[in-house]
Design a protein. Structure first.
Length: 248
């Protein structure tokens, strides 16, 4: 059976754990040569031990210049997944400057920085490409204690649309996936902001028509679909992976 991404070079940020790590694993299975980028070197080292054929880059994406330098050294990239992200949970009225700066540095500025470099190479080669930004249902609806996070993901979705508009003539597609709670470390932190215990999870799931959270695998499948030629006419889209949450 032909592999979807044979001969393609991919870059995945936030690749050391959670969703990013799983995306790297599946891209390799589908024939891509993957560069995994993350802040935490030990996570990248364990990923490299599991999948020796990948390349790894450890850099703090909050640092514009260091990230720019690292990404420019990677060579041609056909597929980009901007997965690196942080969550900020503060009640409105107690939001700090540091939280705003950190959240936007990772969720917004780093995406602009990395995407500009990769898109420039895609345009110069003239072969097109695909970019997927890992966003959130928080870009679409308001959530308590999520003002900074909602703002950053809303900005990310607008960046996605502008990128799609400007890069489309160069055969570069740009989309976002917008999951509800995914029980990674970040997702667990978000759930705990509502309180502790199974009753909290049950109450949150009750607001979702499908009555379940999003699996990591759901995000992986959606991301690979949007990266693939199967989504060849899709660009500028927000793909909710929310079990119907936002329709209510």
């Amino acid at each position: 059976m032909a592999k979807k991404f044979s001969g393609k070079r991919a870059l995945v940020t936030g690749a050391g754990r959670g969703i990013g790590r799983s995306i790297v694993t599946e891209l390799v299975k589908q024939g891509a040569h993957v560069t995994a980028l993350s802040l935490t070197k030990k996570n990248l080292d364990t990923l490299k031990n599991e999948i020796p054929e990948i390349d790894i880059v450890s850099v703090d994406v909050r640092n514009w210049k260091e990230t720019e330098s690292a990404v420019k050294k990677l060579g041609p990239i056909d597929l980009l997944v901007n997965n690196a992200g942080v969550i900020s949970l503060q009640e409105f009225g107690s939001i700090t400057e540091e939280e705003v700066d950190n959240c936007f540095a990772v969720n917004v500025k780093a995406v602009i920085n990395i995407s500009q470099i990769i898109a420039k190479g895609m345009k110069e080669r003239g072969a097109g490409g695909a970019i997927v930004n890992i966003s959130s249902q928080a870009a679409i609806i308001a959530l308590p204690n999520h003002a900074t996070y909602c703002a950053s993901k809303g900005a990310l979705d607008q960046i996605t649309k502008v990128m799609a508009l400007e890069l489309g003539p160069h055969k570069i597609r740009v989309n976002s996936v917008n999951p509800t709670v995914v029980l990674t470390d970040m997702g667990i932190t978000a759930v705990k902001s509502y309180g502790e215990g199974k009753h909290i999870e049950d109450a949150l799931k009750a607001k979702i028509p499908l009555r379940k959270f999003c699996d990591v695998d759901d995000v992986v499948k959606a991301t690979l679909f949007l990266l693939s030629d199967d989504a060849g006419m899709i660009t500028g889209a927000q793909l909710p992976l929310d079990g119907g949450y936002i329709i209510q």
